[in-house]
Design a protein around this ligand. Structure first.
Ligand code: ADP
Length: 521
Protein backbone atom coordinates (compact mmCIF):
# COMPACT_ATOMS: atom_id res chain seq x y z
CA UNK A 1 0.00 0.00 0.00
CA UNK A 2 2.94 2.27 0.71
CA UNK A 3 4.00 2.07 -2.90
CA UNK A 4 0.49 2.81 -4.19
CA UNK A 5 0.29 5.88 -1.91
CA UNK A 6 3.56 7.02 -3.34
CA UNK A 7 1.98 6.76 -6.78
CA UNK A 8 -1.03 8.74 -5.58
CA UNK A 9 1.24 11.38 -4.19
CA UNK A 10 2.95 11.57 -7.56
CA UNK A 11 6.32 10.59 -6.07
CA UNK A 12 7.10 8.41 -9.14
CA UNK A 13 7.78 9.51 -12.65
CA UNK A 14 5.69 6.68 -14.08
CA UNK A 15 2.03 5.93 -13.57
CA UNK A 16 0.24 3.14 -11.74
CA UNK A 17 -1.05 1.94 -15.12
CA UNK A 18 2.51 1.68 -16.40
CA UNK A 19 3.42 -0.50 -13.43
CA UNK A 20 0.32 -2.65 -13.90
CA UNK A 21 1.16 -3.18 -17.58
CA UNK A 22 4.73 -4.12 -16.73
CA UNK A 23 3.52 -6.47 -13.97
CA UNK A 24 1.14 -8.18 -16.38
CA UNK A 25 3.93 -8.60 -18.90
CA UNK A 26 6.26 -10.07 -16.26
CA UNK A 27 3.55 -12.48 -15.06
CA UNK A 28 3.00 -13.59 -18.66
CA UNK A 29 6.73 -14.06 -19.10
CA UNK A 30 6.88 -16.16 -15.96
CA UNK A 31 3.88 -18.21 -17.10
CA UNK A 32 5.54 -18.77 -20.45
CA UNK A 33 8.57 -20.27 -18.75
CA UNK A 34 9.14 -23.98 -19.19
CA UNK A 35 10.53 -24.17 -15.65
CA UNK A 36 8.23 -24.11 -12.64
CA UNK A 37 8.74 -20.93 -10.65
CA UNK A 38 7.58 -20.16 -7.11
CA UNK A 39 8.18 -17.24 -4.77
CA UNK A 40 7.97 -17.61 -1.00
CA UNK A 41 7.66 -14.90 1.61
CA UNK A 42 10.38 -15.36 4.15
CA UNK A 43 9.00 -12.67 6.41
CA UNK A 44 5.77 -14.58 7.02
CA UNK A 45 5.66 -17.56 9.41
CA UNK A 46 6.71 -20.89 7.80
CA UNK A 47 7.93 -19.18 4.61
CA UNK A 48 4.70 -19.73 2.56
CA UNK A 49 4.45 -19.73 -1.22
CA UNK A 50 3.03 -16.45 -2.46
CA UNK A 51 3.43 -16.99 -6.20
CA UNK A 52 3.61 -19.92 -8.64
CA UNK A 53 3.61 -19.89 -12.40
CA UNK A 54 1.61 -22.19 -14.75
CA UNK A 55 4.53 -24.50 -15.38
CA UNK A 56 4.70 -25.23 -11.65
CA UNK A 57 0.97 -26.02 -11.60
CA UNK A 58 1.48 -28.39 -14.53
CA UNK A 59 4.52 -29.99 -12.99
CA UNK A 60 2.95 -30.55 -9.55
CA UNK A 61 -0.60 -31.28 -10.68
CA UNK A 62 -1.95 -28.84 -8.03
CA UNK A 63 -3.99 -25.76 -8.83
CA UNK A 64 -2.72 -22.32 -7.81
CA UNK A 65 -5.38 -22.10 -5.10
CA UNK A 66 -4.01 -25.34 -3.57
CA UNK A 67 -0.43 -24.05 -3.67
CA UNK A 68 -0.49 -20.48 -2.46
CA UNK A 69 -0.03 -20.21 1.32
CA UNK A 70 1.67 -23.62 1.69
CA UNK A 71 5.27 -24.29 2.59
CA UNK A 72 7.12 -26.05 -0.24
CA UNK A 73 7.52 -29.20 1.84
CA UNK A 74 4.05 -30.44 0.81
CA UNK A 75 5.70 -31.50 -2.48
CA UNK A 76 7.81 -34.11 -0.66
CA UNK A 77 4.83 -35.97 0.75
CA UNK A 78 6.00 -38.56 3.29
CA UNK A 79 9.45 -38.79 1.66
CA UNK A 80 11.10 -36.75 4.40
CA UNK A 81 14.49 -38.22 4.95
CA UNK A 82 16.14 -36.92 1.78
CA UNK A 83 19.58 -35.39 2.02
CA UNK A 84 18.46 -32.60 -0.34
CA UNK A 85 16.06 -31.30 2.35
CA UNK A 86 18.90 -30.62 4.77
CA UNK A 87 20.77 -28.68 2.05
CA UNK A 88 17.66 -26.55 1.34
CA UNK A 89 17.07 -25.95 5.03
CA UNK A 90 20.61 -24.74 5.55
CA UNK A 91 20.50 -22.47 2.45
CA UNK A 92 17.20 -20.93 3.62
CA UNK A 93 18.55 -20.40 7.14
CA UNK A 94 21.71 -18.73 5.79
CA UNK A 95 19.91 -16.86 3.02
CA UNK A 96 22.08 -18.55 0.38
CA UNK A 97 21.68 -19.89 -3.13
CA UNK A 98 21.48 -23.65 -3.58
CA UNK A 99 20.74 -26.26 -6.25
CA UNK A 100 19.47 -29.74 -5.39
CA UNK A 101 17.88 -32.74 -7.08
CA UNK A 102 14.94 -33.64 -4.91
CA UNK A 103 12.21 -36.29 -5.06
CA UNK A 104 8.79 -34.61 -5.22
CA UNK A 105 5.31 -36.03 -5.65
CA UNK A 106 2.54 -34.82 -7.92
CA UNK A 107 -1.01 -34.45 -6.66
CA UNK A 108 -1.83 -37.96 -8.02
CA UNK A 109 1.06 -39.39 -5.98
CA UNK A 110 3.47 -39.91 -8.93
CA UNK A 111 7.12 -39.34 -8.13
CA UNK A 112 9.04 -36.77 -10.15
CA UNK A 113 12.60 -35.64 -9.85
CA UNK A 114 12.84 -31.93 -9.33
CA UNK A 115 16.03 -30.05 -10.10
CA UNK A 116 15.47 -27.14 -7.74
CA UNK A 117 17.37 -23.88 -7.78
CA UNK A 118 16.72 -21.59 -4.78
CA UNK A 119 17.83 -18.03 -4.62
CA UNK A 120 17.13 -15.49 -1.84
CA UNK A 121 15.89 -11.89 -2.37
CA UNK A 122 17.45 -9.50 0.07
CA UNK A 123 15.57 -6.37 1.14
CA UNK A 124 17.00 -2.87 1.73
CA UNK A 125 17.59 -3.71 5.35
CA UNK A 126 19.73 -6.71 4.40
CA UNK A 127 17.09 -9.18 5.48
CA UNK A 128 15.97 -12.02 3.21
CA UNK A 129 12.44 -11.12 2.25
CA UNK A 130 11.74 -13.83 -0.33
CA UNK A 131 13.02 -16.94 -1.93
CA UNK A 132 12.61 -17.70 -5.59
CA UNK A 133 12.48 -21.39 -6.48
CA UNK A 134 13.06 -22.42 -10.10
CA UNK A 135 12.24 -26.06 -10.76
CA UNK A 136 12.77 -28.44 -13.66
CA UNK A 137 11.23 -31.86 -13.99
CA UNK A 138 14.28 -34.09 -14.62
CA UNK A 139 12.49 -37.43 -14.09
CA UNK A 140 13.41 -38.64 -17.58
CA UNK A 141 17.04 -37.68 -17.19
CA UNK A 142 17.15 -39.40 -13.80
CA UNK A 143 15.56 -42.51 -15.30
CA UNK A 144 18.10 -42.62 -18.11
CA UNK A 145 20.87 -42.22 -15.55
CA UNK A 146 19.40 -45.01 -13.43
CA UNK A 147 18.94 -47.23 -16.52
CA UNK A 148 22.50 -46.54 -17.52
CA UNK A 149 23.73 -47.41 -14.06
CA UNK A 150 21.64 -50.60 -14.02
CA UNK A 151 22.97 -51.48 -17.46
CA UNK A 152 26.51 -50.88 -16.29
CA UNK A 153 25.93 -53.02 -13.18
CA UNK A 154 24.45 -55.76 -15.34
CA UNK A 155 27.36 -55.62 -17.73
CA UNK A 156 29.83 -55.78 -14.89
CA UNK A 157 27.95 -58.79 -13.53
CA UNK A 158 27.97 -60.43 -16.95
CA UNK A 159 31.68 -59.75 -17.40
CA UNK A 160 32.31 -61.34 -14.00
CA UNK A 161 30.20 -64.36 -14.92
CA UNK A 162 31.87 -64.67 -18.35
CA UNK A 163 35.29 -64.45 -16.75
CA UNK A 164 34.25 -67.17 -14.31
CA UNK A 165 32.85 -69.32 -17.15
CA UNK A 166 35.98 -68.77 -19.17
CA UNK A 167 38.16 -69.76 -16.26
CA UNK A 168 36.04 -72.84 -15.67
CA UNK A 169 36.13 -73.88 -19.32
CA UNK A 170 39.87 -73.23 -19.40
CA UNK A 171 40.30 -75.51 -16.39
CA UNK A 172 37.94 -78.02 -17.99
CA UNK A 173 39.93 -77.95 -21.23
CA UNK A 174 43.19 -78.17 -19.36
CA UNK A 175 42.04 -81.28 -17.50
CA UNK A 176 40.92 -82.89 -20.78
CA UNK A 177 44.23 -82.07 -22.43
CA UNK A 178 46.08 -83.53 -19.48
CA UNK A 179 43.91 -86.65 -19.38
CA UNK A 180 43.84 -87.68 -23.06
CA UNK A 181 45.98 -90.65 -23.93
CA UNK A 182 47.54 -88.79 -26.80
CA UNK A 183 50.60 -86.58 -26.77
CA UNK A 184 49.77 -82.96 -27.53
CA UNK A 185 52.15 -80.08 -28.04
CA UNK A 186 51.70 -76.55 -29.29
CA UNK A 187 54.50 -74.98 -31.29
CA UNK A 188 54.99 -71.42 -32.46
CA UNK A 189 55.88 -70.27 -36.01
CA UNK A 190 59.58 -70.78 -35.19
CA UNK A 191 58.74 -74.38 -34.17
CA UNK A 192 59.53 -73.68 -30.52
CA UNK A 193 57.36 -75.62 -28.06
CA UNK A 194 54.81 -73.36 -26.36
CA UNK A 195 53.16 -76.06 -24.24
CA UNK A 196 53.04 -79.83 -23.86
CA UNK A 197 50.63 -82.12 -22.04
CA UNK A 198 51.56 -84.72 -19.41
CA UNK A 199 51.20 -87.58 -21.86
CA UNK A 200 53.85 -86.08 -24.15
CA UNK A 201 56.28 -85.57 -21.26
CA UNK A 202 55.74 -89.10 -19.96
CA UNK A 203 55.90 -90.81 -23.36
CA UNK A 204 59.10 -89.14 -24.51
CA UNK A 205 60.60 -89.05 -21.02
CA UNK A 206 61.28 -85.30 -21.04
CA UNK A 207 60.60 -82.62 -18.42
CA UNK A 208 58.36 -79.58 -18.91
CA UNK A 209 61.34 -77.28 -18.25
CA UNK A 210 63.49 -78.76 -20.99
CA UNK A 211 60.53 -78.89 -23.40
CA UNK A 212 58.78 -75.53 -23.25
CA UNK A 213 60.76 -72.86 -25.08
CA UNK A 214 62.94 -75.43 -26.87
CA UNK A 215 62.81 -75.85 -30.63
CA UNK A 216 60.86 -78.98 -31.62
CA UNK A 217 63.77 -80.29 -33.67
CA UNK A 218 66.31 -79.84 -30.85
CA UNK A 219 64.02 -81.50 -28.34
CA UNK A 220 65.16 -84.75 -26.65
CA UNK A 221 68.40 -85.26 -28.51
CA UNK A 222 66.98 -84.14 -31.86
CA UNK A 223 64.52 -87.04 -31.83
CA UNK A 224 61.95 -84.99 -33.75
CA UNK A 225 64.35 -83.78 -36.38
CA UNK A 226 62.74 -85.86 -39.08
CA UNK A 227 63.06 -84.42 -42.62
CA UNK A 228 59.49 -85.42 -43.66
CA UNK A 229 58.02 -83.85 -40.53
CA UNK A 230 60.06 -80.69 -41.08
CA UNK A 231 58.64 -80.37 -44.58
CA UNK A 232 55.06 -80.98 -43.47
CA UNK A 233 55.19 -78.50 -40.60
CA UNK A 234 56.88 -75.86 -42.75
CA UNK A 235 53.96 -76.19 -45.18
CA UNK A 236 51.23 -75.86 -42.56
CA UNK A 237 51.47 -72.20 -41.59
CA UNK A 238 51.70 -70.65 -45.05
CA UNK A 239 49.19 -72.98 -46.76
CA UNK A 240 46.89 -73.69 -43.81
CA UNK A 241 46.80 -77.34 -44.90
CA UNK A 242 46.53 -79.62 -41.88
CA UNK A 243 48.67 -82.74 -41.57
CA UNK A 244 46.33 -85.66 -41.21
CA UNK A 245 47.30 -89.17 -40.13
CA UNK A 246 50.92 -88.88 -41.15
CA UNK A 247 52.89 -91.94 -40.07
CA UNK A 248 56.44 -91.59 -38.81
CA UNK A 249 58.56 -94.61 -37.97
CA UNK A 250 61.56 -93.54 -36.00
CA UNK A 251 64.12 -94.65 -33.42
CA UNK A 252 63.33 -92.55 -30.38
CA UNK A 253 65.88 -92.34 -27.54
CA UNK A 254 64.56 -93.96 -24.31
CA UNK A 255 61.53 -95.62 -25.96
CA UNK A 256 63.02 -97.29 -29.03
CA UNK A 257 61.62 -97.75 -32.51
CA UNK A 258 58.02 -96.56 -32.70
CA UNK A 259 55.38 -95.92 -35.27
CA UNK A 260 53.75 -92.56 -34.59
CA UNK A 261 50.63 -91.14 -36.14
CA UNK A 262 50.84 -87.36 -36.45
CA UNK A 263 48.02 -84.88 -36.88
CA UNK A 264 48.84 -81.19 -37.01
CA UNK A 265 46.55 -78.20 -37.32
CA UNK A 266 47.13 -74.47 -37.35
CA UNK A 267 45.40 -72.97 -34.32
CA UNK A 268 42.96 -70.45 -35.66
CA UNK A 269 42.22 -68.18 -32.73
CA UNK A 270 42.27 -64.44 -33.05
CA UNK A 271 44.98 -62.62 -31.15
CA UNK A 272 47.87 -64.12 -29.29
CA UNK A 273 47.39 -67.81 -30.16
CA UNK A 274 47.24 -67.24 -33.89
CA UNK A 275 49.87 -68.88 -36.05
CA UNK A 276 50.59 -71.67 -33.61
CA UNK A 277 50.44 -75.34 -34.51
CA UNK A 278 48.80 -78.04 -32.45
CA UNK A 279 50.58 -81.33 -32.96
CA UNK A 280 48.88 -84.52 -31.80
CA UNK A 281 51.10 -87.58 -31.61
CA UNK A 282 49.67 -91.05 -31.22
CA UNK A 283 51.79 -94.12 -30.70
CA UNK A 284 50.28 -96.73 -33.03
CA UNK A 285 53.12 -99.23 -32.87
CA UNK A 286 51.09 -101.72 -30.86
CA UNK A 287 47.87 -101.21 -32.80
CA UNK A 288 49.67 -101.76 -36.09
CA UNK A 289 51.34 -104.89 -34.68
CA UNK A 290 47.96 -106.29 -33.60
CA UNK A 291 46.50 -105.51 -37.04
CA UNK A 292 49.43 -107.25 -38.66
CA UNK A 293 48.96 -110.31 -36.46
CA UNK A 294 45.25 -110.38 -37.26
CA UNK A 295 46.01 -110.23 -41.00
CA UNK A 296 48.63 -112.96 -40.62
CA UNK A 297 46.15 -115.10 -38.71
CA UNK A 298 43.48 -114.62 -41.38
CA UNK A 299 45.91 -115.46 -44.12
CA UNK A 300 47.21 -118.59 -42.36
CA UNK A 301 43.72 -119.71 -41.27
CA UNK A 302 42.25 -119.38 -44.76
CA UNK A 303 45.19 -121.18 -46.33
CA UNK A 304 44.96 -123.96 -43.75
CA UNK A 305 41.19 -124.29 -44.29
CA UNK A 306 41.49 -124.25 -48.05
CA UNK A 307 43.54 -127.46 -48.27
CA UNK A 308 41.19 -129.88 -46.42
CA UNK A 309 38.23 -128.18 -48.05
CA UNK A 310 39.58 -128.87 -51.53
CA UNK A 311 40.02 -132.53 -50.51
CA UNK A 312 36.44 -132.71 -49.12
CA UNK A 313 35.12 -131.16 -52.31
CA UNK A 314 36.96 -133.80 -54.31
CA UNK A 315 35.36 -136.56 -52.25
CA UNK A 316 31.88 -135.03 -52.56
CA UNK A 317 32.30 -134.78 -56.34
CA UNK A 318 33.43 -138.41 -56.41
CA UNK A 319 30.40 -139.41 -54.33
CA UNK A 320 28.11 -137.53 -56.75
CA UNK A 321 29.56 -139.55 -59.59
CA UNK A 322 29.21 -142.83 -57.66
CA UNK A 323 25.62 -142.41 -56.49
CA UNK A 324 23.98 -145.88 -56.49
CA UNK A 325 20.95 -146.13 -58.79
CA UNK A 326 18.57 -147.12 -56.01
CA UNK A 327 19.51 -144.18 -53.73
CA UNK A 328 16.56 -142.59 -52.03
CA UNK A 329 15.54 -138.93 -52.49
CA UNK A 330 16.70 -138.18 -48.93
CA UNK A 331 20.23 -139.37 -49.65
CA UNK A 332 20.37 -137.37 -52.91
CA UNK A 333 19.06 -134.27 -51.10
CA UNK A 334 21.77 -134.56 -48.42
CA UNK A 335 24.45 -134.95 -51.05
CA UNK A 336 23.36 -131.89 -53.08
CA UNK A 337 23.03 -129.78 -49.90
CA UNK A 338 26.54 -130.85 -48.84
CA UNK A 339 27.89 -129.79 -52.23
CA UNK A 340 26.00 -126.49 -52.05
CA UNK A 341 27.23 -125.57 -48.55
CA UNK A 342 30.71 -126.67 -49.49
CA UNK A 343 30.64 -124.21 -52.39
CA UNK A 344 29.50 -121.46 -50.06
CA UNK A 345 32.30 -122.25 -47.61
CA UNK A 346 34.76 -122.32 -50.50
CA UNK A 347 33.64 -118.86 -51.63
CA UNK A 348 34.00 -117.44 -48.14
CA UNK A 349 37.50 -118.79 -47.82
CA UNK A 350 38.36 -117.59 -51.32
CA UNK A 351 37.27 -114.08 -50.24
CA UNK A 352 39.45 -114.22 -47.14
CA UNK A 353 42.37 -115.33 -49.27
CA UNK A 354 41.70 -112.44 -51.64
CA UNK A 355 41.87 -110.01 -48.73
CA UNK A 356 45.23 -111.29 -47.61
CA UNK A 357 46.49 -111.27 -51.21
CA UNK A 358 45.41 -107.65 -51.57
CA UNK A 359 47.05 -106.81 -48.23
CA UNK A 360 50.34 -108.31 -49.31
CA UNK A 361 50.12 -106.94 -52.85
CA UNK A 362 49.84 -110.43 -54.28
CA UNK A 363 46.56 -110.12 -56.13
CA UNK A 364 47.47 -111.42 -59.56
CA UNK A 365 45.49 -110.00 -62.47
CA UNK A 366 45.58 -111.44 -65.97
CA UNK A 367 44.39 -108.66 -68.21
CA UNK A 368 43.23 -110.09 -71.52
CA UNK A 369 40.63 -108.26 -73.68
CA UNK A 370 37.17 -109.85 -73.33
CA UNK A 371 33.63 -109.10 -74.49
CA UNK A 372 32.22 -107.03 -71.65
CA UNK A 373 28.50 -107.40 -72.54
CA UNK A 374 28.87 -111.20 -72.84
CA UNK A 375 30.58 -111.42 -69.46
CA UNK A 376 27.73 -109.43 -67.88
CA UNK A 377 25.08 -111.63 -69.53
CA UNK A 378 26.75 -114.85 -68.37
CA UNK A 379 27.30 -113.62 -64.83
CA UNK A 380 23.70 -112.43 -64.55
CA UNK A 381 22.43 -115.80 -65.87
CA UNK A 382 24.48 -117.70 -63.30
CA UNK A 383 23.06 -115.61 -60.45
CA UNK A 384 19.54 -115.67 -61.89
CA UNK A 385 19.43 -119.50 -61.82
CA UNK A 386 20.25 -119.46 -58.11
CA UNK A 387 17.62 -116.89 -57.15
CA UNK A 388 13.89 -117.31 -57.37
CA UNK A 389 12.54 -114.13 -55.82
CA UNK A 390 14.42 -111.56 -57.89
CA UNK A 391 14.36 -110.79 -61.56
CA UNK A 392 17.63 -109.32 -62.86
CA UNK A 393 17.11 -107.06 -65.85
CA UNK A 394 20.01 -105.99 -68.11
CA UNK A 395 19.64 -102.66 -69.92
CA UNK A 396 22.01 -101.05 -72.43
CA UNK A 397 25.23 -102.40 -73.92
CA UNK A 398 28.78 -101.30 -74.49
CA UNK A 399 29.77 -103.33 -77.54
CA UNK A 400 33.42 -103.23 -76.49
CA UNK A 401 36.26 -105.48 -75.52
CA UNK A 402 37.73 -104.60 -72.16
CA UNK A 403 41.37 -105.40 -71.45
CA UNK A 404 40.87 -106.68 -67.92
CA UNK A 405 40.93 -109.80 -65.77
CA UNK A 406 37.57 -111.28 -66.77
CA UNK A 407 37.15 -113.61 -63.81
CA UNK A 408 37.92 -110.82 -61.32
CA UNK A 409 35.50 -108.39 -63.03
CA UNK A 410 32.87 -111.14 -63.01
CA UNK A 411 33.63 -111.60 -59.30
CA UNK A 412 32.94 -107.88 -58.75
CA UNK A 413 29.64 -108.08 -60.63
CA UNK A 414 28.65 -111.27 -58.76
CA UNK A 415 29.32 -109.52 -55.48
CA UNK A 416 27.30 -106.43 -56.40
CA UNK A 417 24.40 -108.58 -57.62
CA UNK A 418 24.46 -110.82 -54.53
CA UNK A 419 24.38 -107.72 -52.31
CA UNK A 420 21.53 -106.20 -54.37
CA UNK A 421 19.51 -109.38 -53.81
CA UNK A 422 20.53 -109.84 -50.18
CA UNK A 423 19.84 -106.26 -49.08
CA UNK A 424 16.55 -105.91 -51.01
CA UNK A 425 14.59 -108.92 -49.76
CA UNK A 426 11.19 -107.30 -50.33
CA UNK A 427 11.71 -106.08 -53.89
CA UNK A 428 11.46 -108.23 -57.01
CA UNK A 429 13.80 -106.50 -59.43
CA UNK A 430 17.46 -105.71 -59.80
CA UNK A 431 18.59 -103.57 -62.74
CA UNK A 432 21.94 -103.79 -64.46
CA UNK A 433 22.79 -100.84 -66.74
CA UNK A 434 25.70 -101.05 -69.20
CA UNK A 435 26.99 -98.08 -71.14
CA UNK A 436 30.08 -96.76 -72.87
CA UNK A 437 31.15 -93.39 -71.54
CA UNK A 438 34.05 -91.79 -73.41
CA UNK A 439 36.80 -94.41 -73.31
CA UNK A 440 35.32 -96.25 -70.35
CA UNK A 441 32.63 -98.88 -69.86
CA UNK A 442 30.27 -98.14 -67.06
CA UNK A 443 28.17 -100.69 -65.20
CA UNK A 444 25.57 -99.95 -62.53
CA UNK A 445 23.61 -102.33 -60.32
CA UNK A 446 20.46 -100.80 -58.88
CA UNK A 447 18.23 -102.26 -56.20
CA UNK A 448 15.27 -100.84 -54.32
CA UNK A 449 16.31 -102.27 -50.98
CA UNK A 450 17.18 -101.03 -47.51
CA UNK A 451 19.60 -98.34 -48.71
CA UNK A 452 22.71 -97.05 -46.94
CA UNK A 453 23.02 -93.97 -44.72
CA UNK A 454 25.46 -91.22 -45.84
CA UNK A 455 27.79 -92.03 -42.89
CA UNK A 456 27.89 -95.73 -43.80
CA UNK A 457 28.43 -94.95 -47.49
CA UNK A 458 31.81 -93.48 -46.53
CA UNK A 459 32.88 -96.68 -44.78
CA UNK A 460 31.41 -99.70 -46.59
CA UNK A 461 34.46 -100.09 -48.81
CA UNK A 462 36.66 -100.59 -45.75
CA UNK A 463 37.73 -104.05 -44.70
CA UNK A 464 35.28 -105.81 -42.36
CA UNK A 465 32.92 -102.82 -42.21
CA UNK A 466 29.20 -103.60 -42.09
CA UNK A 467 26.42 -101.04 -41.59
CA UNK A 468 25.39 -101.07 -37.92
CA UNK A 469 21.70 -101.76 -38.33
CA UNK A 470 21.99 -104.86 -40.55
CA UNK A 471 24.37 -107.03 -38.54
CA UNK A 472 21.69 -109.37 -37.20
CA UNK A 473 19.36 -109.48 -40.19
CA UNK A 474 21.79 -110.31 -43.01
CA UNK A 475 24.79 -112.66 -42.91
CA UNK A 476 28.15 -111.43 -44.18
CA UNK A 477 31.77 -110.64 -43.36
CA UNK A 478 32.05 -107.10 -44.68
CA UNK A 479 34.86 -107.81 -47.11
CA UNK A 480 33.07 -108.16 -50.47
CA UNK A 481 33.04 -104.45 -51.34
CA UNK A 482 36.61 -104.03 -50.11
CA UNK A 483 37.74 -106.69 -52.57
CA UNK A 484 35.58 -105.21 -55.35
CA UNK A 485 37.05 -101.74 -54.88
CA UNK A 486 40.61 -103.07 -54.85
CA UNK A 487 40.02 -105.09 -58.01
CA UNK A 488 38.52 -102.11 -59.86
CA UNK A 489 41.29 -99.82 -58.57
CA UNK A 490 43.88 -102.27 -59.84
CA UNK A 491 42.28 -101.90 -63.28
CA UNK A 492 42.50 -98.08 -63.10
CA UNK A 493 38.75 -97.78 -62.72
CA UNK A 494 36.52 -96.47 -59.94
CA UNK A 495 33.73 -98.03 -57.88
CA UNK A 496 31.20 -95.89 -56.03
CA UNK A 497 27.78 -95.94 -54.45
CA UNK A 498 24.73 -93.69 -54.55
CA UNK A 499 22.07 -94.60 -52.06
CA UNK A 500 19.18 -93.36 -49.97
CA UNK A 501 17.96 -95.06 -46.81
CA UNK A 502 14.80 -97.15 -47.36
CA UNK A 503 14.85 -96.29 -51.09
CA UNK A 504 17.66 -98.41 -52.51
CA UNK A 505 21.22 -98.31 -53.77
CA UNK A 506 23.13 -98.07 -57.02
CA UNK A 507 26.69 -99.38 -57.13
CA UNK A 508 28.58 -98.35 -60.27
CA UNK A 509 32.03 -98.98 -61.64
CA UNK A 510 33.97 -97.81 -64.66
CA UNK A 511 36.81 -99.56 -66.47
CA UNK A 512 39.08 -98.12 -69.15
CA UNK A 513 38.42 -99.64 -72.56
CA UNK A 514 42.06 -99.34 -73.58
CA UNK A 515 44.91 -100.69 -71.57
CA UNK A 516 46.93 -98.01 -69.73
CA UNK A 517 49.84 -98.15 -72.20
CA UNK A 518 47.41 -97.56 -75.13
CA UNK A 519 45.76 -94.71 -73.20
CA UNK A 520 49.00 -92.91 -72.75
CA UNK A 521 49.92 -93.00 -76.44
P1 ADP B 1 28.75 -108.04 -46.48
O1 ADP B 1 27.61 -107.95 -47.42
O2 ADP B 1 29.34 -109.40 -46.40
O3 ADP B 1 28.46 -107.47 -45.16
P2 ADP B 1 30.13 -106.16 -48.25
O4 ADP B 1 31.54 -105.68 -48.20
O5 ADP B 1 29.66 -106.73 -49.53
O6 ADP B 1 29.96 -107.14 -47.04
O7 ADP B 1 29.22 -104.93 -47.89
C1 ADP B 1 29.57 -104.10 -46.82
C2 ADP B 1 28.33 -103.47 -46.22
O8 ADP B 1 27.75 -102.56 -47.16
C3 ADP B 1 27.22 -104.44 -45.92
O9 ADP B 1 27.39 -105.03 -44.66
C4 ADP B 1 25.99 -103.55 -45.97
O10 ADP B 1 25.87 -102.87 -44.76
C5 ADP B 1 26.34 -102.55 -47.05
N1 ADP B 1 25.78 -102.89 -48.37
C6 ADP B 1 26.44 -103.43 -49.42
N2 ADP B 1 25.64 -103.54 -50.49
C7 ADP B 1 24.43 -103.04 -50.12
C8 ADP B 1 23.17 -102.86 -50.78
N3 ADP B 1 23.00 -103.23 -52.06
N4 ADP B 1 22.15 -102.31 -50.08
C9 ADP B 1 22.33 -101.94 -48.78
N5 ADP B 1 23.49 -102.08 -48.12
C10 ADP B 1 24.54 -102.62 -48.77
Amino acid sequence: MDILNKFDNGEFAFSKDDIKADFKLLTRALDASYSGIIITDNLLPDNPIIYCNEAFEKMSGYRRSEIIGHNCRFLQGADRSQRARAIIREAVANGEVCTVDIRNYRKNGDLFWNELFISPIVGDDGKVTNFIGVQNDITRRKKSEQDLRAQKDLMEKQVLERTKDLKESQEFLYSIIQTVRESLIVIDPDFKVVSANDHFLKTFKVSLEETVGTGLYELGNHQWDIPQLRKLLTDILPTNNPVEDFEVEHDFPHIGRKLMLLNAHRIELEGQYKDQILLAIEDITERREIERRKDDFLSIASHELKTPLTTIKGYVQAMERMVPKDSGARFLGFLSKTAKYLDRLNNLIAELLDVSRIQTGNLKLHKVPFDFDKMVKETVEAIQTATQNHNIIIEGFSGVQVPADESHIAQVLTNLLSNAIKYAPESGQVHVYISKVSNYVKLSVTDSGIGISPEDQKKIFERFYRAGDIQQRFPGMGIGLYICEQIIKNHDGTLWVESEKEKGSTFSFTLPIQAKEDNEQ
